[in-house]
Design a protein around this ligand. Structure first.
Ligand SMILES: [Zn+2]
Length: 288
């Protein structure tokens, strides 16, 4: 209001000063822009089907939860240059196709890139569809190797959890799920930095955790850490068949170097910045 009054007086006297002042005051529309208002984590929810949900958690940031049958999170982030970055994928190529169809309806045609944070199927079960579509899929050299080396073992373990008759549908899908490695590899210990206009992201390996190859993806402009399966979003440690329980807590502590306000775990609905401490607590209890 004060701003407008000043503008009006100056308008009568000197127009160029008005132009400068307008820039400084901003338009009413800019003031109403949701980007300028701190938004609680859930902004809007889209149910793509009974197993696949997309939650808008900040303008341009979507957490995708695919329950197949265990709920697992991926994320889609609209970067400064309009590229969409998909971190991890739904479990299956079919659900990944549904997600990208939703994204196209939502955003129109966009450049898309994908990043896998580990070799488990909840990180990359949708790769075959992404690669068919010509979408570059980034992942570490170790992730690509472990898909080849441990894929059969991982499938056998998964199927052993799905033997009850009510899981038949999931059993069949996991039996036939293509484990396709990422096709744009980076050295695990070097990580990866990518730039999208004025915005960047950083892929970082803090050491072994839930799996030997789990990496995090940090979005500095948004202060979001996609931490994946190394950070526990529920009260359980989950599948430890590939975990390094001794090294895991020290690796988690290294994540405090990032300035984050939101942490996206591989599983669970919590997205708050207390998830690293929560993970350390759960791991300590589990180790006793
Ligand atoms: Zn996981």
């Amino acid at each position: 209001m004060l701003c407008e009054t000043n503008l009006y007086r100056k308008f009568l006297v000197f127009l160029p000063v008005l132009m400068v002042m307008m820039g400084a005051c901003g338009s009413p529309q800019a003031a109403a822009d949701p980007v300028e208002t701190p938004v609680p984590f859930l902004v809007e929810r889209f149910d793509l089907d009974s197993n696949l949900t997309v939650r808008s958690v900040q303008p341009g940031v979507y957490v995708i939860t695919h329950s197949f049958p265990w709920p697992a999170n991926a994320a889609l982030v609209e970067m400064d240059d309009s590229t969409l970055v998909l971190v991890d994928t739904p479990y299956t190529p079919e659900a990944t196709k549904d997600l990208l169809a939703w994204a196209e309806a939502q955003f129109g045609e966009r450049e898309i890139i994908a990043i896998n944070t580990g070799f488990h199927y909840d990180n990359l079960g949708g790769n075959s569809y992404l690669i068919e579509q010509g979408i570059p899929v980034y992942g570490s050299d170790l992730t690509a190797r472990l898909v080849e080396e441990r894929g059969d073992e991982m499938r056998a373990l998964t199927l052993s959890w799905l033997e009850a008759p009510q899981y038949q549908r999931y059993y069949e899908a996991h039996r036939n799920l293509p484990y396709t490695p990422p096709d744009h590899l980076f050295a695990l210990d070097k990580g990866l930095s990518l730039q999208f206009g004025a915005e960047s992201l950083e892929v970082y390996f803090p050491g072994p955790t839930h799996s030997p190859d789990n990496v995090v993806v940090y979005f500095p402009v948004r202060k979001i850490l996609f931490a994946g399966c190394m950070v526990l979003g529920t009260d359980k440690v989950g599948n430890t068949s590939d975990a390094d329980l001794a090294a895991w807590p020290e690796s988690i502590r290294k994540l405090y170097q990032f300035d984050f306000e939101m942490v996206i775990p591989g599983h669970g609905d919590r997205l708050d910045d207390g998830l690293l401490a929560h993970t350390l607590d759960i791991l300590a209890e589990y180790g006793q």
